[in-house]
Design a protein around this ligand. Structure first.
Ligand code: COA
Ligand code: AMP
Length: 646
């Protein structure tokens, strides 16, 4: 850390005033931002401190999110503009869906859902890949005031079952399969297994049959999507937008917590619409009518916000890309899509850049495309490593903007608000707090630390619009996970530094969450799976550095005494078990059998030291450990797999 005194440089542009105004007078700031939304009953006040756990946004307003994302644009003359550009290299399909066509598709599907008994406040689980019908499903729920919960396709049946049990959906929307470059993933058997494992049974499943792997339908429960929608269309069955309270939930999105049970992050309707609408011109500098390309997945928060809701709320064209950054067919795939649809910005994860850089280090494929409409590359999901950012800046000749997010917040906590006048980029930093975020770095006692000092990043309550008001059915867990550590603050569980210019650098999680290829995973849930193997006495999972994916999980297991089967066979079973129980997205490929785990005298496993050893970083033997030899054994077993400095 540079110890020389630093005079903060005044920030250019309108950011500083906007951020200060949002904290000085949040009522005025957010009521002004709320004008971007069509309200059934407009808010007379922005915030009610007395409601909810820390207050609620737009307590007296009503609206419908689908009306704001779809219908109002048709009414305003955007009916012929593309709302969704579906581009699927894995199936060789492209589709252009106008706002008018989107409105019709969503209205009919909402009619179908309504006939299946779905109404305001009911939950609908969506287990679908990146196909337009998944977006129709999300918006149809919003149209009815129902609450959707999208489950990422890379999760296994058990994870889906946990989410179905918690959300208790009336209906499940599913596709028969998803398509990965190397295989077709049959979703329907996973859905059937999940429902079989759950006490809660959805009344109906609407199944989109894809030709790559048509599914068997369960009579009486499952309905063929295309047939049902065709029938409803022929009968003129449509549902109109249902007005809901701004504080009503729009969706639940499950994310990894520190236990095996995921957290159901609740998103309210009004605050979310306002925050996203503010972000489009001010953070992303995108205008209505322009094309926005977010290469994430609708199973993640980034996909909810910037594939679906924000671009549509703002009257943009959104690109729905069912492919990968590499291999579909090559490392020029994202540039091809940006060029073909004239995208003004691209939003992806640093891991995607690393994958592209590995295959096309000289960025030769960039030159093959006309990127004249393209202005900015945005990155999020994990720390943007300075090498990859610098590479992309050189390759693209455009600003590369890192911004920091959590599923919980729904939109960026810190970023570089290009629309307010781009701030200087500092490699490795996620830039400055967005409006409404009163951010500080705290020490263990909860006291703000001086600039340049590392600590836990916390957000002073209240959180801005768009952020979670609670966890689904788990108010107590909401309080204990986020609000209890530092009273008056939301604990982000990210460690970091704020420098003298106010720039935030996020260094990593303070809990046992790891980030693998931009996917948030819980080592605790992987440990629970390993511990369920009959031969395992105890285990520890850590995230170790990976050049492509940022981190990869690595499990250490101690076998029960008397187990004399070959360790290699057991390790293979453990890898298979995590894939079967959590899913391929866990990317769990490394299980190591060790004689014992390093622990403190009080029995705490020294995961931090194990990680340092695996990452080849300098480490010392903590004074709280009796037998230093155990750490050498861990180092030797990692070295046997070519990991760490030994
Ligand atoms: N359905 C089923 N399986 C899926 C899946 C899905 N939707 N998504 C990923 N998987 C599988 C993959 O096929 C892979 O399986 P494998 O072990 O048989 O190879 C496994 O899950 C791990 O996937 P991933 O970690 O994504 O690795 P990858 O090699 O397939 O792809 C990247 C690597 C970098 C190209 C990819 O991870 C990527 O694009 N990441 C960006 C993530 C992102 O956008 N995050 C959101 C924040 S912006
Ligand atoms: P998720 O909830 O899946 O969006 O993951 C959130 C976590 O990803 C955060 O708590 C961070 O640890 C990490 N993360 C997301 N964006 C960034 C970023 N720009 N820089 C550093 N870490 C990030």
């Amino acid at each position: 850390m540079d110890a020389t005194p630093h005079t903060p440089t005044p920030l250019p542009g309108r950011y500083a005033e906007a951020h200060a105004a949002s904290l000085r007078d949040p009522e005025a700031f957010w009521l002004d931002a709320a004008q971007a939304i069509d309200w059934a009953c407009p808010p007379t006040r922005a915030f009610d401190r007395a409601a909810g756990t820390y207050g609620r946004w737009f307590p007296d307003a009503t609206l419908n999110a689908c009306h704001n994302a779809v219908d109002r644009h048709v009414a305003a003359g955007r009916g012929d503009q593309a709302a969704i550009l579906y581009d699927s290299p894995v199936t060789g399909t492209k589709r252009r869906i106008t706002y008018a066509a989107l409105r019709d598709a969503v209205a009919v599907l909402a009619g179908v859902l309504s006939d299946l008994g779905v109404g305001r406040g009911d939950r609908v689980v969506i287990y679908m890949p990146m196909v337009p019908e998944a977006l129709f499903g999300m918006l149809a729920c919003a149209r009815l005031g129902a609450v959707h919960s999208v489950v990422f396709g890379g999760f296994a049946a058990n994870e889906l079952a946990i989410r179905i049990a918690d959300a208790a959906p009336k209906v499940v929307l599913a596709a028969s399969c998803g398509i990965e470059p190397n295989r077709v993933v049959a979703y329907k058997p996973l859905l059937d297994a999940a429902i079989a494992a759950c006490a809660h049974k959805p009344a109906a499943c609407l199944v989109l049959q894809r030709p790559q792997a048509p599914a068997e339908l369960v009579p009486g429960r499952d309905h063929d999507w295309a047939e049902t929608v065709a029938r409803a269309t022929a009968e003129g069955r449509r549902a109109e937008c249902v007005t809901v309270a701004a504080t009503d939930p729009l969706y639940i999105l499950y994310t990894s917590g520190t236990t095996g049970k995921p957290k159901g992050v609740v998103r309210d309707t009004g605050g979310y619409c306002v925050a996203l609408a503010w972000s489009m011109p001010n953070l992303y500098d995108v205008a209505p009518g322009e094309t926005y390309f977010c290469a994430s997945d609708i199973g993640w928060v980034v996909g909810h916000s910037y594939i679906v809701y924000a671009p549509l709320l703002h009257g943009c064209t959104t690109v729905l890309y069912e492919g990968k950054p590499v291999g579909t067919p090559d490392a020029g795939a994202l540039w091809r899509v940006v060029s073909e649809y004239g995208a003004a910005c691209l939003f992806t994860a640093p891991t995607a850049l690393r994958a592209i850089k590995k295959e096309d280090p000289r960025a030769e494929l960039v030159g093959a495309y006309d990127l004249s409409a393209f202005r900015t590359l945005f990155l999020a999901g994990e720390r943007a490593d300075p090498d990859s950012v610098a590479w992309a800046e050189r390759a693209l000749g455009r600003p590369v903007i890192d911004h920091w997010w959590q599923t919980e917040t729904g939109w960026a906590i810190a970023g570089n608000p290009v629309g307010l006048g781009q701030l200087p980029v500092k490699h490795g930093s996620a830039c400055v707090p967005m409006p409404g975020y009163d951010l500080a770095v705290l020490d263990e006692a909860g006291k703000p630390v001086p600039a340049g000092t590392m600590g836990t990043i916390a957000l002073r309550l209240p959180l801005p619009p768009g952020c979670l008001p609670t966890l689904w059915g788990s108010e107590e867990r909401f309080r204990s996970s986020y609000l209890a550590t530092y009273p008056g603050w939301y604990d982000t569980s990210d460690a970091g530094i704020v420098d003298a210019d106010g720039y935030v650098t996020v260094l990593g999680r303070t809990d046992d969450i790891i980030n693998v290829a931009g996917h948030r995973l819980s080592t605790g849930s992987m440990e629970a799976v390993l511990a369920s193997h009959p031969d395992v006495a105890e285990c520890a999972v850590i995230g170790i550095r990976d050049a492509l994916k940022g981190e990869q999980p690595c499990g250490f297991v101690v076998l029960k005494s008397g187990v004399d089967r070959p360790t290699q066979a057991i390790e293979g079973e453990l890898v298979a078990l995590v894939r079967e129980q959590i899913g391929p997205v866990a990317a769990f490929k490394l299980a190591l059998t060790v004689q014992r785990l390093p622990k403190t005298r009080s029995g705490k496993i020294l995961r931090g030291t194990m990680k340092r050893i695996a990452d080849g970083e300098p480490w010392t033997t903590p004074p709280t450990i009796d037998d230093a030899g155990v750490l050498d054994e861990i180092g030797a077993s990692l070295k046997g797999r070519g990991i760490g400095a030994g």
